[in-house]
Design a protein around this ligand. Structure first.
Ligand code: 13P
Ligand code: SF4
Length: 319
């Protein structure tokens, strides 16, 4: 008697479904290692938008949070966008609604509205420009000097942009609870423990402004400091001559850094910097959503067209 064949593993099931559904799996840099490893593409918000726009797959399984899946749905109206868990939200995107933005715009008639990508489709639809952490500076610089700017929703990124561009911005006082928690005290303690490490800081962090200020005062000694998007951090980890790094962002990024720069050492600025929304996506939920072709993320055509205009203006400035 021959033994029954072993049942397929979870990964084999996902691979079979991915082929059958003509699906592509996109994963953000903060996803669980197992999710990153099975994805067709891993990257930051901008990279994922580009990958969504470029794919010829019929189905996009978006392993990230809701606003990112919405952005994919806006860019690919003819594709099915699946988000393995609809509860994967974003505390930063939740800090401003379209109604609140309309009220803010009414207080500043004629101002140019620049929205960080961590916003709902409805907020993007009320915006002139979208931006991500990798192109926010270029977007702000592209706006004529004499125009008033409303920047939302992240106050730490807004303060960083004011500093690097020298522009005065009206900034919405939103924050991401994960990044706001990485404060100057956390970073200082890590710097004392690892004096030779290079600092890689995401601009959403609560420590960004004070660290850059101290750097400009020559107060950080020879410590090399780079403020960049999650993808910029991976690139820097590979290209930098440094061999150890303090990484100030969500801890999921360490998996990619260790993969792309083996032999280098990466320590998180805070081990508590875990985005529970990003971690809601699991291999089991990926298999289930491919099986059922649910849950889907859609954006109504009118909102999508307006939001798309803000995204296209961003891409035109910093493609
Ligand atoms: P990146 O665009 O740098 O990947 O950042 C997205 C994000 O949600 C950071 O918290
Ligand atoms: Fe949103 Fe913060 Fe999570 Fe990024 S880390 S997805 S900004 S809650």
């Amino acid at each position: 008697m021959t033994a029954a064949p072993a049942p397929p593993t979870l990964l084999e099931r996902i691979d079979r479904l991915r082929r059958e559904r003509h699906a592509v799996i996109l994963a953000h840099n903060y996803q669980l290692p197992a999710v990153q490893d099975m994805a067709d593409f891993v990257g930051d918000s901008l990279g994922l938008s580009r990958a969504a726009a470029a794919t010829d797959a019929a189905v996009i399984v978006f392993c990230g949070v809701h606003f990112m899946a919405e952005t994919a749905a806006i860019l690919c109206p003819d594709k099915v966008v699946l988000l393995p868990d609809l509860d994967a939200g974003c505390s930063l995107a939740d800090t401003i609604t379209a109604d609140q933005l309309r009220a803010w715009k009414a207080e500043h008639p004629g101002a140019v509205v620049v929205s960080y990508v961590n916003t709902t489709a409805a907020v993007k639809a009320e915006s002139d420009y979208c931006c991500t952490s990798s192109n926010a500076e270029a977007v702000i610089r592209s706006i004529p000097e004499d125009r008033e700017i409303l920047f939302l929703p992240d106050m730490f990124l807004g303060a960083h942009l004011q500093r690097v561009t020298g522009r005065r911005l009206n900034i919405w006082m939103g924050e991401c609870h994960v990044h706001a928690g990485i404060d100057p005290e956390h970073l200082e303690a890590m710097r004392r423990e690892h004096p030779d490490a290079e600092l890689l800081i995401h601009p959403e962090c609560g420590c960004t402004t004070s660290t850059l200020y101290r750097m400009s005062q020559g107060d950080l000694g020879g410590t090399s400091t780079v403020v960049c998007s999650t993808e910029g951090m991976v690139r820097r980890a590979v290209e930098s001559p440094a061999t150890s790094f303090i990484v100030a962002t969500e801890v999921g990024i360490l998996h990619r850094m260790e993969k792309f720069a083996p032999g280098k050492r990466f320590v998180p600025a805070s081990r508590e910097a875990v985005c529970r929304f990003m971690k809601m996506i699991t291999p089991e939920k990926i298999a289930a959503c491919l099986e059922r072709m649910q849950p889907r993320v859609t954006v109504d055509p009118e909102t999508a067209a307006q939001a798309r205009a803000a995204i296209d203006r961003m891409l035109a400035v910093a493609a």
